[in-house]
Ligand binder design. Structure first.
Ligand code: MN
Length: 214
C-alpha cells in the first residue's frame, strides 16, 4: 500500500499564496483521497508493483483509467509538494543560466508559465520540464495526466491548476494565483537537482515506494 506522506513544510508556511486551510484540504482530502482510492484498487489487483511509477505505467498500458487517474494524482501531488518551499530563493547555477539563455530570463519564463496555465481549459497541471540535452520547455497536462508518456522529459517544477488548489484563496483568479505562486513558492534548488538529473547527473525524483504489507 502507498502512504500519504506528511507535507515537507508547515501548513501555514506557504501563506498568503496558499492558506493553511487550502493546504490542509488539498493534502488530507484531495491527495489523501487519491491515496485511499489507489490502495482500495490495488487491494483487488492481481499484481501489486512496488513502485508507484510501475503502477502508473501498467495502468496506462492496460487503459485502466480509474487506476491510472488515482495513481497519477498521488504522484503528481507528491511532486507538487516537492516543487514548493517556504524558503524563497532564485534559480541558481546552470538552471539559472538555461533560463536566461533559453527562456529569455526569469520574468519571461514566468509570463510563459502563467500564460500556459491560464490557457489550460479545465483541470490539470502546468510544468517546467527538461529533455536529456537540457532544453527547457513549459507544458500543460489535463486532469491526472503527467509527463510519463513523454520519453526523455523530466519535470523540474509543477503547479496544480485544479480549482481546489486555489479557489478558497483566490476564487476564480487562476492568473493571480499562478503569478503569486511563481514569485514565492517554487523550490528552485529542487528544480536545479532535477535539471542535472535530466541530463544524467544524479537521480531523478521518484515517489516513495509502496509499504510491504505481508
Ligand atoms: Mn490538487
Amino acid at each position: 500500500m502507498f502512504v500519504l506522506a506528511p507535507l515537507p513544510f508547515p501548513h501555514e508556511s506557504l501563506e498568503p499564496v496558499i492558506s493553511a486551510r487550502t493546504l490542509r484540504y488539498h493534502h488530507e482530502k484531495h491527495h489523501g483521497g487519491y491515496v485511499k482510492a489507489l490502495n482500495a484498487l490495488l487491494a483487488t489487483a492481481e499484481i501489486v508493483p512496488e513502485t508507484l511509477e510501475a503502477v502508473i505505467a501498467a495502468a496506462d498500458k492496460s487503459r485502466d483509467r480509474v487506476l491510472f487517474n488515482n495513481a497519477a494524482q498521488v504522484r503528481n501531488h507528491s511532486f507538487f509538494w516537492a516543487s514548493m518551499t517556504p524558503h524563497r530563493a532564485p534559480p541558481a547555477g546552470e538552471l539559472a543560466e538555461a533560463i536566461s539563455t533559453q527562456m529569455g530570463g526569469i520574468a519571461a519564463m514566468k509570463a510563459a508559465f502563467v500564460a500556459a496555465g491560464v490557457a489550460q481549459f479545465g483541470s490539470g497541471w502546468v510544468w517546467l520540464v527538461s529533455d536529456a540535452t537540457g532544453e527547457l520547455a513549459i507544458t500543460v497536462s489535463h486532469d491526472a495526466e503527467n509527463w510519463q508518456g513523454e520519453a526523455g522529459s523530466t519535470p523540474l517544477t509543477v503547479c496544480d491548476l485544479w480549482e481546489h488548489a486555489y479557489y478558497l484563496d483566490h476564487q476564480n483568479d487562476r492568473k493571480g494565483f499562478l503569478e503569486a505562486w511563481f514569485d514565492a513558492l517554487p523550490n528552485w534548488e529542487f528544480a536545479g537537482k532535477q535539471y542535472a538529473a535530466a541530463q544524467g547527473r544524479g537521480e531523478k525524483w521518484q515517489h516513495a515506494a509502496a509499504l510491504v504489507t505481508a
